[in-house]
Design a binder for this molecule. Structure first.
Ligand code: NCD
Ligand code: ZN
Length: 484
């Protein structure tokens, strides 16, 4: 194809392209933000710029469907510029951002506020709307206004947004189901945790392990089971966030087998840490749901390999060092940054032989793109797709240092961990946002919302005749004794 009519903006030459099924040596030409050609060096068009990536791997950028960028409201922890720079540094090209900001993303007014804050982003993004008890009347407006997914906090976590009752959740699912948009669940049952935490506090427990004691795996598995029932009844698409336990895997796998539209994610902390790390890390490890036992990690690894767990996300949840380090575990903010360290940590597992690079592409890019409607525009290195790329050096070794994170939340349980395998360039729609481990600062503002490319498959709504909207509109009851 030499002599092709177009001049490429950029060609990456000498690298190995990785898909979810295979790897092969190929050059990649980009034009106008899209991948124009993947092929032999001799097939490449002339280009304005050619970058040699010999010996490196060309992966679709990671799609992280679970980040908290804190703006508006908690910008001392993070904002859209720092959060998205962390993503760019970590080889992540699209993020879905959570609604537990201040104010929470509960109506179109707050959605517009969030969109304005997101204009600083280095990477592309989806925006979550909240599904809570007090905004049921706003859900349709959020759908029409362009949210990319919904988030339902079944249990309390940072931001302390009240969890909806099962009744309110059902109505929310009924309203959202026809849109086909996915509802992501913080699947922990609030009442169990509140009860146990109160009892533990009364007994004087305030050590780090008391956090696990307050939130045993039944908290998660009960919530997953209940949410799956509501999804099955309504036809709503759901997604189980941050899977932390072996116990959740059964209701998740059962629901999938019944045909429920349900997906699940886990995060690096549930794969790489366990209860033995609490003594060393103290309150830094506090996250909802908690890091649990080694047997949980083992089961989640298996589920990630078998496909019961569909994807890796990060629950990037930055807080300041002061907010994280507390003597009393109940006082420490929950969560830690992750969007920047996910890819190096997981590539390190690839280097260790625990997962293939191909499977990593599947769980970090392809599966999230499919589940959240970004496929085929994103999540693959093929002509026609967005040129969202992580160039990875599998020979490079780095040590994760909390103080050097792009994130404003300079605390991580992975501080001091040496990793092999690092994203050395990140491109979003053909533009370097990170180059040679440096953020390209002028790309703040390059990111855009994925609404124009998002295509969720049509929903299979069930029991539509029994939704609250339907029964409230139904025929007026016949008064006893009335004559026709
Ligand atoms: C998250 C946060 O800080 O926003 N914290 C956490 O422990 N995971 C909220 C959440 O995802 O639960
Ligand atoms: Zn959560």
């Amino acid at each position: 194809m030499t002599g092709t009519a177009f001049i490429a903006d950029l060609v990456l030459t000498g690298g190995t392209v990785v898909t979810s099924k295979s790897r092969f040596k190929a050059d990649v030409a980009m034009k106008d933000g899209l991948i124009a050609l993947v092929g032999k060096p001799s097939a490449m068009p002339a280009a304005k710029e050619v970058v040699d990536v010999s010996g490196k791997f060309i992966l679709p950028g990671a799609i992280d469907v679970h980040v908290h960028f804190r703006e508006p409201g908690y910008t001392h922890k993070e904002d859209w510029r720092t959060g998205s720079a962390a993503a760019a540094m970590g080889g992540t090209t699209t993020v879905f951002e959570m609604p537990n900001t201040h104010p929470p993303t509960r109506s179109v007014t707050e959605l517009r506020q969030k969109q304005q804050a997101a204009e600083k982003s280095h990477v592309d993004y989806g925006i979550y709307g909240l599904l809570a008890e007090d905004n049921i009347g706003e859900l349709q407006g959020l759908i029409d206004g362009g949210v990319n997914a919904f988030k339902c906090f079944m249990g309390n976590t940072f931001g302390n947004l009240p969890s909806p009752s099962t009744g309110a959740m059902l109505e929310g699912f009924e309203i959202i189901a026809p849109s086909g948009l996915r509802i992501s669940l913080h699947a922990e049952t609030a009442s169990i945790m509140a009860w146990r935490q109160k009892r533990l506090m009364e007994a004087g427990r305030n050590d780090p392990l008391a956090h696990i004691a307050a939130r045993p795996a039944i908290v998660a598995s009960e919530a997953v089971s209940r949410a799956a029932e509501l999804a099955e009844w309504t036809g709503a698409r759901v997604h189980v966030l941050h899977i932390s336990s072996a116990a959740e895997l059964r209701p998740l796998a059962d629901a999938k087998a019944r045909g429920v539209e349900i997906t699940g994610e886990t995060c690096p902390c549930y794969l790489l840490l366990d209860s033995r790390d609490y003594a060393r890390l103290g309150s830094v490890i506090r996250v909802n749901p908690p890091v649990r036992e080694n047997s949980d990690s083992v089961a989640i690894w298996q589920a990630l390999q078998s496909g019961v767990v569909d994807m890796i996300a990060t629950d990037h949840a930055p807080h300041t060092p002061a907010e994280k380090s507390k003597a009393v575990i109940w006082d420490a903010d929950c969560g830690f940054p992750g969007v920047e360290t996910q890819m190096p940590l997981m590539l390190n597992q690839v280097a260790a032989g625990r997962i293939t690079l191909e499977h990593y592409v599947k769980i970090s890019a392809e599966n999230p793109a499919r589940a959240f409607g970004l496929w085929p525009a994103k999540g693959r290195i093929e002509a026609g797709a967005h040129a969202d790329i992580a160039v990875v050096d599998m020979e490079r070794t780095e040590t994760i240092e909390a103080s050097r994170l792009q994130s404003r939340g300079k605390v991580t349980p992975f501080d001091g961990v040496a990793v092999t395998g690092v994203p050395v360039h990140t491109l979003v729609r053909g533009r370097f946002v990170q180059r040679d481990r440096q953020i390209v600062t002028e790309t703040s503002g390059w990111g855009r919302q994925v609404t124009d490319i998002q295509r969720m498959p049509p929903a299979q709504v069930r029991n539509a005749d029994q939704t609250l909207a339907a029964v409230l509109q139904g025929p007026a009851p016949v008064t006893a004794g009335a004559t026709a």
